[in-house]
Design a protein around this ligand. Structure first.
Ligand code: AMP
Ligand code: MG
Length: 659
């Protein structure tokens, strides 16, 4: 519908909004990442916050605010290390098998917790338990096993001399009163808790955790747990940032997600500044339509915005501000950008204020087998997956963009491409900064096209104790990886347009083809669409091609499904042909959401989106196997799992036909 702004006020308002959206303001000054960091650090207090007392039970993981001086000795008294008899060492000199020494027993038994009452006089001994207090007069303990009880005395006989101090732990030998037991800045673990308890502390002073407000903005945001409405996106940033704050030693204070509305956002930010030490907002920062965070921040107080725009990818729209003495950071809305810039700019302040040392970056060197294009003028960080190659580690770009939620969690690390480079050449050795605690070593590397039934196979492998690493790089990416020897198996589904045969044309020396399963491809449309309902795939296609108002959704060149689609169209280019998403899911979503009327996808995906399906032809999903790896236990287990009846039944239940 065309809008004539002169006709209605609503039309005028819409046109105004369109104009605003089309006219993006530019960032005032884009600075380099180190410059941004310097400016921000110069204006922010990075000292540890003051101490608060917490009970020992709540102290785990906290940071000591002050040195702890031992108020008592441990052990608090001279203590026996064994069950035996407290003696005077001098009385035992010369004792041997030939000339045993006899000592009279005192009328006392020193159990744990008993204060001795009788002095050990020359020629006497007192029975004592492990942990018992050494009585006055005694200076050594003999083990019960090395004595003989003489009836009638009562007395004992010793056949060996005892040195002074034998089996005695002296008061303060473990912890001496007045010594520095633990230093400030120590992070409290279970061992530190044990030491504090041994000194009688029920509570301890720890650095207060910085309270960090977490806000999200965006008209599209929906709180997890609620149903997704059309155009809606779950607020994932709020959750991941809150968790990352805990990991950095802070205490997240969730404020929730706000619509892009200046008044409400300003109120929330002011209340966050009042009640918290640091404020983190994500979204509304890219200066596009409805992006308002920087405008709100610029009104909050002095010194205000220090940086807006960093020559960094992902993360260009980052905004760093200080209001009063409180840091306020606006992260880009795109999830990967948000968490990346959080770790680069926010986590270090939280750690510092929490009294924790800067996180030590762990790096490895890895070969990057593919060329990575990069934007000139911005330092670019590329998330990578690491796999073990024949001659060291190989780093693959995860291939997900900064809008992806999973890119960060699925990556093993990232590498940096210099702002002045337009690409990283293939086979460059790069330094990879590791993310996360542990390096995940995989027994099996699978690179290629992803499929839901593959998850079943990987799950069955895990049950047999083999960890598989799947890296979704598409069929063609899998072919390249297999040819370069970078994976064990490459799942592929590419048809040879000349013969119509799947996958066989991809074979090269050293590779063999392991049959996987067949996935029925068909004509997909919304159920109830009278134009297609009740027809065969052929009939539905004819209808679609005859009506110019019917919109198709295509597939990307290089996919097997695209070859099928082109075959069906025989050179025709119906409306929507240029829309070429890269997956069956994207095709189904476009049809389900009315952005297109028909497309070709596989049956299980069509069913998952509640769409109608008319079968056309099966697609073959097989595995290229590197023959050199065939004998590896994990590869053998994989082949075994593929043959397993249970796995095959699972695959069938997903709507595929095992080969
Ligand atoms: P913005 O910075 O507001 O321009 O947002 C850029 C992109 O990030 C948009 O696709 C938003 O939907 C998405 N986004 C913004 N905030 C969030 C959030 N809290 N959780 C998930 N995605 C978000
Ligand atoms: Mg937004």
């Amino acid at each position: 519908m065309a809008i004539n702004p002169k006709q209605t006020p609503r039309g005028a308002a819409i046109l105004d909004a369109v104009r605003r959206a089309a006219r993006q303001e530019q960032f005032l000054e884009v600075v380099s990442a180190p410059q941004a960091r310097r400016r921000f650090e110069a204006c922010t207090d990075r000292s540890a916050l003051a101490g608060v007392a917490v009970s020992l039970a709540a102290a785990l993981g906290r940071v000591l605010a002050a040195d702890v001086i031992a108020p008592v000795d441990a052990p608090p008294f001279d203590r026996s290390n064994v069950d035996g008899f407290a003696v005077r060492a001098a009385d035992t000199v010369g004792a041997s098998d030939g000339a045993p020494k006899r000592l009279t027993l005192n009328a006392e038994v020193i159990a744990c917790g008993v204060a001795p009452a009788i002095e050990v006089a020359p020629g006497t001994a007192t029975a004592i338990a492990t942990g018992g207090v050494i009585p006055r007069g005694a200076d050594a303990v003999v083990m019960i096993e090395q004595t003989e009880l003489i009836d009638g005395g009562p007395a004992i006989e010793l056949r060996r001399a005892a040195a002074s101090g034998q089996f005695v732990s002296y008061a303060g030998s473990d912890i001496a009163r007045g010594e520095t037991l633990l230093r400030r800045d120590t992070q409290i673990g279970s061992r530190e808790i044990g030491m504090l308890a041994a000194c009688g502390f029920a509570a301890v002073d720890v650095v207060r955790r910085p309270r960090v407000a977490v806000l999200s903005t965006g008209d599209e945001l929906i709180e997890p747990g609620r149903p997704l409405r059309p155009g809606g996106v779950y607020d994932s940033n709020g959750a991941i940032i809150a968790a990352a704050i805990v990991e950095a030693g802070g205490e997240p204070v969730p404020f929730g997600a706000f619509p892009d509305q200046e008044v409400a956002l300003e109120l929330a930010m002011r209340s966050a500044l009042d009640s918290c030490d640091i404020v983190v907002l994500s979204g509304g920062t890219s200066k596009g339509a409805g992006d308002l965070s920087h405008r709100v921040v610029s009104r909050l107080g002095k010194p205000g915005i220090l940086v807006h725009g960093v020559a960094l990818k992902p993360g260009k729209p980052l905004c760093l501000a200080v209001i009063g003495d409180k840091p306020l950071i606006v992260l880009p809305g795109f999830p990967t950008s948000a968490i990346f810039t959080f770790h680069a700019f926010v986590a270090p302040i939280i750690r510092a204020r929490a009294g924790l040392p800067p996180e030590a970056a762990r790096t490895v060197t890895a070969r990057v087998p593919v060329r990575i294009a990069s934007e000139l003028g911005r330092e670019e960080f590329v998330l990578v997956s690491l796999v073990a190659g024949g001659d060291g580690l190989i780093a693959f770009p995860t291939g997900k963009n900064s809008g992806a939620v999973t890119a960060f969690s699925q990556a093993d690390g990232f590498l940096a491409i210099d702002a002045l480079a337009s690409a990283l050449d293939a086979d460059t050795m790069a330094e990879v900064t590791l993310i996360g605690e542990t390096e995940r070593a995989a027994d099996l590397v699978i690179m290629g096209s992803h499929d839901i039934a593959l998850d079943t196979v990987v799950g069955a492998l895990a049950e047999r104790g083999f960890a598989a690493r799947t890296i979704a790089v598409g069929s063609l990416g899998g072919v390249h990886a297999a040819n370069r020897g970078e994976c064990d198996l490459a799942p592929v589904h590419l048809v040879d347009p000349a013969t119509g045969v799947y996958n066989k044309h991809l074979l090269a020396p050293g590779l063999s083809l392991v049959p996987g399963w067949r996935r029925m491809q068909g004509f997909v449309f919304r159920p109830g669409d009278a134009r297609f309902e009740g027809r065969s795939a052929d009939g539905a296609l004819k209808t679609a091609l005859a009506d110019p108002t019917i919109l198709m959704v295509n597939r990307n060149a290089g996919s097997g499904t695209r070859v099928l689609v082109d075959g069906l169209l025989r050179g025709m280019r119906p409306a929507g042909y240029a829309n070429q998403p890269r997956s069956h899911n994207a095709v189904a979503a476009a049809i389900a959401q009315n952005r297109a009327d028909w497309g070709v996808a596989i049956e299980p995906v069509a069913r998952m989106y509640g769409l109608a399906f008319l079968p056309i032809a099966p697609e073959h999903y097989d595995f290229l196997l590197l023959e050199a790896r065939r004998q590896r236990p994990a590869v053998q287990a994989f082949l075994d799992v593929l043959r397993d009846e249970g796995t095959r039944a699972h695959i069938r239940a997903l709507g595929m036909e095992p080969a």
